[in-house]
Design a protein around this ligand. Sequence first.
Ligand code: FMN
Length: 211
Amino acid sequence: MKVLGVVCSPRKGGNTEIMMSEAMAGARSYGAETELWTTAGKELKPCDGCDTCRQKGGKCHIEDDMQELFPMVLAADGLIFGSPSYFGSVTAQAKMVIDRLYSLYNMYVLPNKVAGVISVGSSIGHEGIWTQFSTFINYCHMLPADYASGFARNKGEVRKDRFAMKSSEELGKQVVSLIKQQFHCPEEYRRPLYRVCAEEYGIDSYPQNRF
Ligand SMILES: Cc1cc2nc3c(=O)[nH]c(=O)nc-3n(C[C@H](O)[C@H](O)[C@H](O)COP(=O)(O)O)c2cc1C
């Protein structure tokens, strides 16, 4: 059983990474193998909207460090996404990771993976992070785990936030417990509903073709 932590802070060894490490330790204490991947120091490009992955399926054509993340996500039974609050939402790096995972979304390979969220901010913006990741988790038919939140500004400060540290550890354990439940989405609902309606009934989701 594998749990992957995806840290979407540009700051190596920052507060998000510290909380994620705690979550990974929690997951290991419940028997999982863990891997932590961070956007820090990586070359990442945004999705260019070529739409090939949606129309033809398969691999994202952009050759950058996302290519090392795709197989890690595929191999994971559980994922934890973490981001600091940047102007009340996720970092640009987090949004790039989400958008580039469109290729895996279009392959219907994300359902049944458990996914939790870690947020860090000096004061506000946690809900923006939770909403962004939750929407993604929901779209992909992953099974949602909880949120862990931390309050910190300077690097390392989150270690003083007792709730952040403990809730991160518990989140890691929770993800493993949920994986052990072996939830399975019905095969036909691996696909998003817009695909089901188009492919099974010929009913399009485009507003001009609905009525
Ligand atoms: C560009 C930028 C925008 C930020 N916006 C917010 C914000 O809206 N709310 C907040 O509470 N903290 C904000 N912060 C502070 C970070 O969320 C905080 O320093 C966090 O601990 C960084 O996590 P990291 O160490 O994992 O990078 C911002 C920091 C930066 C660099």
